[in-house]
Design a binder for this molecule. Structure first.
Ligand code: 5GP
Length: 207
């Protein structure tokens, strides 16, 4: 069975990532989500085990020691990590799997030559980003400015990604991601099921 594709998505805070991922899940019900672990506090409307697996700092550090993580990073004073468990089985059983990572996570995966399609989603402007963060009403002004600065640092690293999409209209962003995934399926290096088809074509006789 061919492995699923790892879809590695980064989006600075306030880029519309949550809505993008929700729509993506609706359009692709078979897409598996690699739910990350985090030590940050659960936000209103989030569900433990669905949005993140929320754990204590001690539990997270134990997991680091146990080598449970494919990658982990500290973002805004909290730990975030993707476990092997969240990705391996899903990919090996042929499911496309979404990994949502910050730029440090992407750097780590690129370093280990982790196979996947790397997509960065950008806000239409920093103003828009700030407006979205304010609307969320979860962060202080200082925290919002910190998130914007982190976002700018992430945007500077755009060359690490295979694709960059500006999120003007969320439906267009989701359609762009779907097109990328579709193209990924017919990439030669992923085209394993086709080897039989190619044999047939090469042995086909002309009348
Ligand atoms: P938030 O707290 O807003 O949900 O996420 C903060 C940042 O952490 C975002 O940039 C998000 O993409 C990133 N993040 C979420 N899960 C992971 C993970 O498993 N690993 C890494 N490296 N970053 C993550």
């Amino acid at each position: 069975m061919p492995e699923g594709s790892a879809l590695i998505l980064s989006a600075p805070s306030g880029t519309g990532k949550t809505t993008t991922c929700r729509l993506l899940r609706e359009k692709l019900p078979d897409l598996r989500i690699a739910v990350s672990h985090t030590t940050r506090k659960i936000r209103n409307g989030e569900k433990d085990g669905l949005d993140y697996t929320f754990i204590s700092q001690k539990e997270f550090e134990d997991k680091i020691k146990n080598n449970d993580f494919l990658e982990w990073a500290k973002v805004h004073d909290c730990y975030y990590g993707t476990s092997f468990q969240a990705t391996d089985t899903s990919l090996k059983t042929g499911h496309d799997t979404l990994l949502e990572l910050d730029v440090q996570g992407v750097e780590a995966l690129r370093k280990m030559k982790y196979q996947g399609v790397y997509i960065l989603i950008l806000p239409p402007s920093i103003k828009e980003m700030e407006a979205r963060l304010k609307k969320r009403e979860t962060d202080s002004e200082e925290r919002i400015q910190q998130r914007i600065e982190t976002g700018k640092r992430e945007i500077k690293k755009y060359k690490m990604y295979d694709y960059v999409i500006t999120n003007h209209v969320v439906e267009d962003t989701v359609n762009a991601i779907l097109s990328i995934l579709q193209a990924e399926k017919v990439r030669v290096s992923h085209y394993r099921p086709a080897s039989a088809d190619i044999e047939v074509l090469l042995n086909d006789e002309v009348d």
